[in-house]
Design a protein around this ligand. Structure first.
Ligand code: 26V
Length: 821
């Protein structure tokens, strides 16, 4: 049994090989000769998991005995990406595993490719949560991520006839080796019914919620290992199940089919992730989802506290809970309810603990993205929470009235309830009032949070407002996705400590002039471009030239991100090539990736436009030696990992003031792409960090935008004032890109000319001119490579490790708890 232990946890090649074969046999029931690629993947995953579990148990034991203060990250989304390669990197055995695989005659890449990623998020917010989980473990902060185990994550995107088609995501179909179901960790979640007053044993008046529907949440745990440490944190996702005690006995005696129906209804709660701009229809289920995971998570935290620390009075000393946007903001009311109704605490004690527990991160200022819930819906689904929110609001507004005598307009603006039209609950206000700290996700964004969205709250509690600029994990987005670059950096720095301390890539700076490094740098980029070229040819049929500049925009499709501005530039290039205006054009491959929300018509039309332009350009022999356009289908974490290493130019062209931070901007720059961007989100800080001379800046500032809105923006004037702009838009309307159909893109072009809410036309000229500077710069390859090296060398700040250390120190007050290996 000593030998056995060694096989399952040992890090040697021999141990890995033996465990792999054991897992193939004992878990998959297969031997080498008949194993499918999926069997081989499962065996590899279990072999990796065996090594995680050892560290996990050690971490859990240590956290328990040390009563370590723990961070709970509450998020409706965790966009994790594939686990296998990432875990091998964090365990430090990716190379040994490759060798082991070779000796077993396995195709390592093919095994990695087998994994279906858990796409449990929409975009930036969900991916940030995943980067933070990696950094929390790496920085040795005890943490639990709490969320929903969606049976169907974000849809898979296919492109048919140039249009986006949504296919359902079936990530769980072949089983999930990374999760451990915990059927005994189960909590009831209540909905509907009414509340009533009663007197407890001491004769004190108390409230009780009599629900009309109860379901169960069951825990599914995924271990999250840090890089080069023994720390493993927990990602605990809740699956909804019918509650045996409630539905089957109390309500459905003898009604077997009714009971089965109730089971289906319960399981609906964790069935599917909602796209972030689904209109009214899916709303009720979304509120049910939010309450579901918030309630399970808080009950779990209370249980953990009672099991380890004891009395609930110091709950806020044991836990800090971060609200990832307002999706979990109900937690403020739910913790109040649990403390008062279930644990007999007074209002004042409960409120003090609640306010000391929660912190809230805002991720967007877009008005249409700010969550509000109709009071009517709330009353029907969560009557007790509505009472509690009313009481929080009553006390809060009294405070405002006292502080700002006679300022009823301020009271109306700050209320948790919007009273204009149908009464609605403002979740962002609930989150701010219930939290001890509120933060934005980049410097500019945090300033705008204070000066616009939460102006009144900032006047009341200026010390509550913070900035923590986002970051991304260098493990996944450099080491896993770009091993060639990682090797080169390690070689050049003489160590691989930069993987845990990204500031240390600055050592590259002093080699930026070295022709030796420059040559290797170019070779690494070219190899990545070749890989991407081959794969894109395979999935889209489009052939790119790896020698061309790879100009990439990859992110959710949204008007504010302005993929259509990029499209206008492509049309400009096309027209100039056709007119023979370019003497010596710099060849470009324009690459797009991104999903549109299924109900977002204009975003889907932008995808169609890009594909329509691609069809014309790629098939026109007069131009296609100088330009190609490709829309990469199904941009997600896994396909994104192929994109970042291969980009020369990163498009970050949102209207200033609209992109809270952006994180793709960081991933591209860390992989040696130069940025063309506006002064928006984290672009500002990236530009400061890498040096203004190594960043292509264009367009209006957030201030310019506000001014222009005030003076009255007239896109029509730009359209008529710039004949090239007019020619580009007119070319779309001519039907050239739509087989003669002059109507197809009219909703888009009409919108641009008449409304243009994101000021595409106002920034058009500056963008075109900036793109010319980019082309000129690219001609001087030596200079370009130097800028590329400096970009990577100066990106240390944008590691999510730095972001997590800032949260730990300034927001949560949590110190690292190292776990020995
Ligand atoms: C939500 C919605 C909902 C309805 C209408 C359209 C719309 C558009 C955007 C959103 C944003 C959801 C929250 C989100 O993902 N925010 C992103 O968070 C990232 C991490 O902080 C940040 O880098 C991105 O700039 C920000 O957009």
């Amino acid at each position: 049994s000593v030998e056995r232990e060694h096989t399952r946890t040992g890090m040697s090649k021999a141990a890995l090989k033996q465990d792999f074969l054991d897992n193939l046999f004992y878990i998959q029931g297969r031997f080498r000769e008949v194993a499918t690629p999926h069997d081989l993947y499962m065996a590899a995953a279990f072999t990796t998991r065996d090594r995680l579990l050892k560290r996990w148990v050690k971490s859990a034991q240590a956290f328990k005995t040390l009563h370590a203060r723990t961070l709970c990250y509450l998020s409706a989304e965790f966009l994790l990406g594939p686990h296998l390669a990432n875990n091998l990197v964090n365990l430090g055995i990716i190379e040994t595993s490759q060798e082991a695989g070779q000796e077993l005659d396995l195709d390592f890449e093919a095994i990695l490719e087998e994994e279906e990623e858990p796409g449990l998020g929409n975009g930036g917010l969900g991916r940030l949560a995943a980067c933070f989980m990696d950094s929390l473990s790496t920085c040795q902060i005890p943490a639990i991520g709490y969320g929903i185990r969606y049976e169907f994550g974000i849809f898979d995107q296919a492109i048919e006839d140039g249009w986006q088609v949504e296919k359902s995501d079936t990530w769980l179909r072949n089983g999930n080796p990374w999760e451990i179901p915990r059927p005994k960790i189960r909590f009831p979640v209540l909905y509907g019914g009414h509340t009533e007053q009663y007197r407890d044993q001491n004769g004190e008046p108390r409230m009780r919620w009599v629900p009309s529907w109860v379901i169960d949440g069951v825990a599914y745990d995924t271990p999250i290992l840090g890089y080069g440490v023994g720390n493993v944190n927990l990602l605990r996702l809740w699956k909804a199940e019918a509650s045996e005690s409630f539905d089957f006995q109390a309500f459905n005696v003898g009604d077997y089919y009714g009971a089965v129906h109730a089971k289906i209804e319960a399981e609906t709660i964790s069935k599917v992730l909602y796209p972030n701009d689904e209109p009214e229809a899916g709303k009720e289920l979304r509120l049910k989802q939010q309450h579901f995971f918030v309630s399970c998570s808080l009950q779990d935290m209370i249980r953990l506290h009672l099991n380890t620390v004891g009395p609930l009075d110091d709950f806020a000393d044991k836990f800090a809970a971060q609200l990832n946007d307002t999706h979990p903001a109900l937690a403020v009311a739910e913790l109040m309810r649990l403390l008062m109704d279930d644990h007999g605490m007074t209002w004042d004690r409960s409120w003090e603990m609640t306010q000391r527990t929660f912190c809230y991160t805002n991720h967007t200022l877009l008005p249409e993205a700010l969550e509000t819930w109709s009071v009517t819906l709330f009353e029907r689904l969560l009557p007790r929470h509505l009472e509690i929110i009313y009481e929080i609001n009553r006390r809060f507004l009294d405070e405002i009235r006292m502080r700002f005598l006679g300022d009823e307009d301020r009271v109306r603006r700050m209320s948790l309830i919007a009273e204009d039209g149908e009464r609605r609950i403002r979740m962002a206000h609930l989150a701010v009032v219930g939290s001890k700290a509120v933060n934005g996700v980049a410097k500019l964004h945090s300033e705008l949070v204070k000066s616009t969205l939460f102006k009144d709250f900032n006047a009341l509690w200026p010390e509550k407002f913070h900035n923590v600029t986002n970051g991304v994990t260098p493990r996944r987005f450099m080491v896993v996705s770009n091993p060639r670059l990682a090797r080169l950096i390690t070689e050049c720095c003489g160590h691989d400590d930069w993987i845990r301390d990204l500031d240390r890539v600055r050592a590259l700076e002093s080699h930026a002039e070295s022709s030796d490094l420059q040559a290797q740098w170019k070779a690494v980029k070219l190899a990545a471009k070749r890989d991407l070229t081959e794969w894109l040819k395979h999935v889209t049929g489009v052939q790119l030239d790896p020698a061309a500049m790879f100009d990439v925009q990859a992110k959710r499709i949204h008007e504010y991100k302005r993929q259509h501005l990029n499209a206008l530039h492509i049309i400009r290039c096309y027209q100039e090539l056709k007119q023979g205006l370019l003497k010596d054009p710099v060849p470009r491959a324009f690459i797009f990736g991104g999903k549109a929300a299924p109900a977002y018509f204009l975003a889907k039309l932008i995808i169609k436009l890009i594909n329509a332009i691609a069809e014309v350009v790629n098939n026109d022999p007069e131009v296609n030696g100088f330009m190609r356009v490709v829309f990469m289908p199904d941009f997600n974490v896994k396909t994104g990992q192929r994109l970042y290493p291969a980009a020369d130019l990163s498009e970050q062209i949102s209207l200033a003031g609209k992109e809270a931070s952006g994180t793709g901007n960081m991933k591209f720059s860390m992989n040696g792409a130069l940025t063309i961007g506006t002064l928006d989100g984290a672009n500002l800080e990236i530009r400061e960090a890498v040096g203004k001379e190594n960043f292509f800046l264009f367009g209006m500032t957030a201030e310019d935008v506000l001014e222009k809105q005030i003076e009255g923006y007239r896109p029509w004037d730009y359209y008529h004032g710039d004949h090239e702009l007019k020619a580009d838009i007119d070319l779309i309307n001519s039907g050239l890109f739509s087989h003669g159909d002059t109507k197809l893109f009219r909703p888009l072009t009409d919108d641009l000319i008449n409304h243009d809410p994101f000021m595409v036309l106002a920034d058009y000229r500056a963008y075109i001119e900036c793109q010319q500077r980019v082309s000129e710069a690219y001609r001087d390859q030596q200079h370009w490579v130097r800028m590329s090296i400096l970009n990577v060398a100066r990106m240390g700040y944008f590691s999510s490790d730095r972001a997590i250390r800032e949260y730990a120190k300034n927001i949560w007050g949590i110190a690292p708890t190292p776990i020995d290996l």
